[in-house]
Design a protein around this ligand. Structure first.
Ligand code: FNR
Length: 321
């Protein structure tokens, strides 16, 4: 079957994967209201396309924290990718590098940092969970977004010496993962820290005060607290609160190039489902399809570069008619 858009990979992955694994990847919290809303909020955000613009040359390149990437689409951390495909995060790293974009490796990866690094050059971020212990001391711990027991034959490769049975025992996994962050390392030096999970101006202001290098507007793929707004609905509030002091990224429900015109983005599930269906080739194709859709969307909206995409090109649901 010829795959023509990112959503088709999910349909095929559902047929292919064991139900328990598909459900782990696909599901959201409780009633899944936020899961659906992440997607539908994009469909309520519309364009004001400009037509009297020469769009014969489209430039989609951008810079994230000083790293040049080919397009404003990056790969979000998703746990345990070897459950989707034997090549797991190794394949995702290769496909991301081939697409010229950044992959974020989850703390809960089933390929080790060394395996991923062995794929060769590429810009990679590492996601870690930071948890403030109730006894008053700080530690880096691991948590999962939903309580989940790793099936036999899979292990968390960066923590082989630990007993995986102990890893899902933070007493407050929800709170812990709101401290989720991406550590950005280059040549083994930790250079900066991006913090994820923001939906409010209040939290964004505090994060900026504490010196984060960037903010990701995220509701963790709607896997944590149900009935929080879709990320695209919270975006403007957070962007305004940061006063352009740090870059703001967004994830949750991105499945189309038309979604991407609305902001710099990371994708989670589309990578996992493409991986399940066709390994590295699937992830490459997913990134390529989103690239091509965004290019077409930019041309049809009259934007030749990302810098030319402005708020004037977008009609948000709360804008006056
Ligand atoms: C995640 N996400 C996530 N985030 C994180 O910081 N560490 C992790 O280990 C994981 N693991 C994970 C597993 C699965 C199966 C999913 C679906 C998500 C959240 C992820 O980084 C991102 O926020 C969402 O996936 C974005 O939403 P979409 O693109 O999946 O709709």
């Amino acid at each position: 079957m010829e795959i023509t858009n990112v959503m088709e990979y999910e349909t095929l992955a559902k047929e292919k994967l064991p139900k328990m694994i598909y459900d782990y990847y696909a599901s959201g919290a409780e009633d899944q209201w936020t899961l659906n809303e992440n997607r539908y909020a994009f469909s309520r955000t519309l364009f004001r396309p400009r037509i009297l613009v020469d769009v014969s040359k489209i430039d989609m390149t951008t810079t994230v924290l000083g790293f040049n990437i080919s397009m404003p689409i990056m790969v979000a951390p998703t746990a345990m990718q070897k459950m989707a495909h034997p090549d797991g995060e190794y394949a995702t790293a290769r496909a991301s590098a081939a697409a010229g974009t950044i992959m974020t490796l989850s703390s809960w990866s089933t390929s080790s940092v060394e395996e991923v690094a062995s794929t060769g050059p590429g810009v990679r971020f590492f996601q870690l969970y930071v948890y403030k212990d109730r006894n008053g001391f700080k530690a880096i711990v691991l948590t999962v977004d939903t309580p989940f027991v790793l099936p036999p034959n899979f292990s968390l490769k960066n923590f082989d010496e630990l007993n995986p049975g102990k890893l899902d025992k933070t007493d407050d996994p929800g709170l812990a993962s709101y401290f989720a962050g991406y550590a950005v390392a280059q040549d083994n030096n930790l250079i900066t820290y991006i913090s994820e999970g923001f939906l409010t101006a209040e939290d964004a202001r505090i994060a900026v005060q504490y010196g984060v290098a960037g903010i990701i507007v995220s509701n963790h793929g709607a896997r944590q607290l149900d009935y929080v707004p879709a990320t695209v609905m919270a975006l403007e509030e957070v962007v305004k609160a940061t006063q352009n002091k740090v870059p703001v990224f967004l994830d949750g429900g991105i499945r189309r190039g038309t979604d991407i015109l609305k902001h710099w983005l990371l994708i989670g599930r589309p990578v996992v489902f493409a991986l399940a269906v066709d390994g590295e080739a699937g992830v490459r194709k997913t990134l390529q399809m989103l690239h091509d859709e965004l290019e077409l969307t930019m041309a049809l909206s009259g934007c030749c570069s990302l810098a030319e995409i402005t708020r004037n090109h977008i009609v948000a649901p709360w804008d006056p008619p």
